[in-house]
Design a protein around this ligand. Structure first.
Ligand code: FE2
Length: 346
């Protein structure tokens, strides 16, 4: 069996492949690492056949939906997953055939209602049901400490203690562990009685994960994250450097239309000399009047360079094939000490 572990901060994704058939699964991929997963699969001569999310993640953005689009392979989750884009919904004990490998789902609710662990060979991919030195938390949506107790003590901890444990998180960088080792040293598993275990889980008082609402929104719906929208826009748009724009402004380049897409008050407090105000929120409706010539060389800028990228991508979609965005924003322009004009006039 080929096994690659991909760390993204405290998150862990796993590429698991069959060396005979070159078929592979990817477990708990993270949205920002798609190129890395595809590169690793290619380096190992593997073809990804299934994309598994062990549960609905609340702390990072799953790549399964996006990779399913790119690779035309199924997204696999437990039957109780709320995500409408799941192609293959597993039940307890069902097997996925991955070449000669057989990957067996174990239904292990508790961290979430849709949590599974996946067994293959002498490995168990435990998602957030069991971590090295911890367990998944049970205070996020659909979490249930009673169910987690059952999933652990009447579930995966009854397997052979020699099973190697590959969790979805490893915040301390402990590396793989075993069920036997976790039973012996994992502090949360030392509460062997149900009541004590549940009480301990209820009193952990953990901080909420960053981006909780956006992660749940996108992972449960298949919608896009803000970063995804920005990355997609940036892939369609060329940029102009701050220094290049400064040279053009100083040379009086009248051929370039510079659009400030911030709001009026920000524009009046200081803008690039010669820039016209066209707030992002009014762009589509006012652009016909403001820019009658679609062959015009247009540059957009905003405060930090994010909204202007979306604006330039929108202009390109509308037919302004020479629309570019400023690489940076008004903040970078000011930091560079370039000239700033205040008031309502360009
Ligand atoms: Fe989780």
């Amino acid at each position: 069996m080929i096994l690659e572990t991909i760390a993204t901060g405290g998150c862990r994704s796993y590429l698991v492949g069959c060396p005979d058939s070159c078929a592979a699964v990817l477990i708990d991929p993270e949205l920002s690492r798609i190129d890395r997963y595809l590169g690793l699969a290619a380096r190992n001569s593997l073809r990804i056949r299934f994309l598994i999310d062990t549960h609905t993640h609340a702390d990072h953005y799953s790549a399964t939906r996006e990779m399913a689009r790119q690779l035309e392979v199924p997204v696999v989750m437990h039957r109780h997953s709320p995500a409408p884009f799941v192609d293959l919904r597993l039940e307890d004990d069902e097997l996925l055939a991955v070449g000669r490998l057989r990957m067996q789902a174990m239904y292990t609710p508790g961290h979430t209602r849709d949590s599974i662990c996946v067994k293959v060979g002498d490995c168990v991919f435990t998602g957030d049901t069991l971590l090295s030195g911890a367990t998944g938390r049970t205070d996020l949506p659909t979490g249930d400490p009673d169910a987690l107790y059952d999933s652990l003590f009447d579930g995966i901890l009854r397997l052979d203690p020699a099973y190697k444990v590959y969790p979805a998180h490893d915040h301390q960088g402990n590396g793989p562990t075993t069920l036997g080792r976790e039973l012996a040293v994992n502090p949360r598993l030392q509460h062997r009685e149900r009541a004590a275990f549940v009480e301990n889980m209820r009193n952990l008082s953990l901080t909420m994960p960053a981006h909780l609402t956006e992660a749940l929104r996108t992972n449960m719906s298949g919608g896009k994250t803000v970063d995804q929208l920005l990355a997609e826009a940036a892939a369609k748009v060329p940029f102009m450097s701050l220094a290049e724009l400064k040279n053009r402004v100083e040379a009086g380049d009248g051929e370039l239309a510079v659009l400030d897409v911030r709001e009026r008050d920000a524009y009046e407090q200081g803008h690039i000399p010669g820039a016209r105000l066209l707030p992002r929120g009014q762009l589509e409706l006012r652009v016909n009047k403001e820019l009658p010539d679609p062959t015009r060389h247009v540059l957009t800028y905003c405060a930090l360079g994010l909204i202007s990228t979306l604006a330039a991508a929108t202009l390109r979609e509308m037919g302004f094939r020479r629309a570019v965005a400023l690489d940076g924003g008004m903040a970078g322009w000011r930091d560079a000490g370039y000239p700033v004009r205040t008031g309502t006039e360009p």
